[in-house]
Design a protein around this ligand. Structure first.
Ligand code: THU
Length: 128
């Protein structure tokens, strides 16, 4: 799947963001090796700690449906306008559990045609 199309799906998922505390809305679209796409948004909580990031929502949805092999994840975020949005350390570690660091691509998008692509190894070097 083209990265632009994956970003479009992340932008759609971002519409469901539940972020009344930070007002920072994030969407993610996870591309599985079998071609399926699972989306996610961030879901905040009044106690803050239980907040779940968009990336983990997408990954946990996929794993809970039996998926284990992933090629890429697109991430978009911002309060109103999209800004460059990178995955937090916890999400990077969750990606490391399931993804090949040299192969898995993290696509940070500002629009379907403006994005930056990294491998997980680049964003989480010397991972545990
Ligand atoms: N957030 C994500 O969902 N993904 C990221 O990559 C960065 C941060 C969420 C968590 C919280 O709901 C809000 O953005 C502000 O930190």
């Amino acid at each position: 799947m083209e990265y632009g199309k994956l970003i479009e799906k992340a932008i759609e998922a971002r519409k469901f963001s539940y972020s009344p505390y930070s007002h920072f809305c994030v969407g993610a679209a996870l591309l599985c090796s079998d071609g399926r796409v699972y989306t996610g948004c961030n879901i905040e909580n009044r106690a803050y700690g239980p907040t779940n990031c968009a990336e983990r929502t997408a990954i946990f949805k996929a794993v809970s449906e039996g998926e284990r092999e992933f090629d890429a994840i697109a991430i978009v975020g911002g309060e109103e306008e999209l800004v460059w949005c990178y995955p937090c350390g916890v999400c990077r570690q969750v990606m490391a559990e399931f993804c090949d660091g040299g192969r898995f691509k993290i696509i940070c998008g500002k629009s379907p045609d403006e994005y930056r692509v990294y491998t997980l190894n680049e964003l989480l070097p010397e991972m545990f």
